[in-house]
Design a protein around this ligand. Structure first.
Ligand SMILES: [Fe+2]
Ligand SMILES: [Fe+2]
Length: 195
């Protein structure tokens, strides 16, 4: 373990911490934040073998979504948004879209963040009527400038990404893209501490 990783601040409550303590903590944060891509890859792998009754497991669904977006010429940010859009399935049992949206918010523009945050309700257009819900719940967002973009994501890269015969790229194909997209936040109050 390096000296940086072994160093510890000495305060017992934040009220008696000083700048030197936070220099130590900021050093830790710098190396921790560099491991985000690895943690995301590990977490995506939790979706491997998790079918939830669907025709393909959630990792294959994620890869198929990202592959379809990539083959359609979507941007790298878009492809990674597609890859991670369901990463919250394991912890956000009742709000999975919010998990991916929160993780990706520092790295995406407003439109892509809006898409991933709202994809759960927009995806409902394709199945809510089968479970006694209103498939048009998405209509409450009709006035959003991103309505069509979110509808397009669900139509072209989400609701149709359950085909067991589709040949998706493997996770390793997307790994360099993922590393680039999450390398540096565009917006975060902790951005300065990462630099
Ligand atoms: Fe989803
Ligand atoms: Fe999905």
């Amino acid at each position: 373990m390096s000296d940086v990783q072994e160093a510890r601040a000495s305060f017992t409550a934040m009220t008696n911490a000083d700048a030197a303590d936070y220099e130590i903590i900021t050093d830790h944060f710098r190396s921790f934040s560099k491991g985000l891509a690895d943690r995301l890859l590990d977490h995506l792998k939790l979706l491997d073998g998790d079918f939830g009754g669907f025709p393909i497991d959630r990792l294959q669904h994620s890869l198929q979504s990202a592959t379809r977006a990539h083959r359609d010429g979507k941007s790298e940010d878009y492809v990674i948004m597609a890859l991670l859009h369901d990463i919250g399935d394991t912890l956000g049992t009742f709000n999975h879209a919010d998990i991916a949206a929160s993780i990706l918010q520092p790295f995406l523009d407003e439109e892509l963040h809006w898409i991933v945050k709202h994809h759960g309700i927009f995806q409902g257009y394709y199945f809510f009527h089968h479970i006694g819900l209103d498939r048009n719940l998405r209509e409450q967002f009709r006035d959003s400038p991103y309505f069509d973009a979110c509808a397009e994501f669900c139509e072209k890269y989400d609701q149709n990404a359950f085909d067991p015969d589709y040949e998706s790229e493997p996770l390793s194909f997307f790994e360099p893209m993922l590393r680039r997209v999450v390398a540096k936040p565009r917006q975060s109050i902790y951005k300065a501490a990462q630099e």
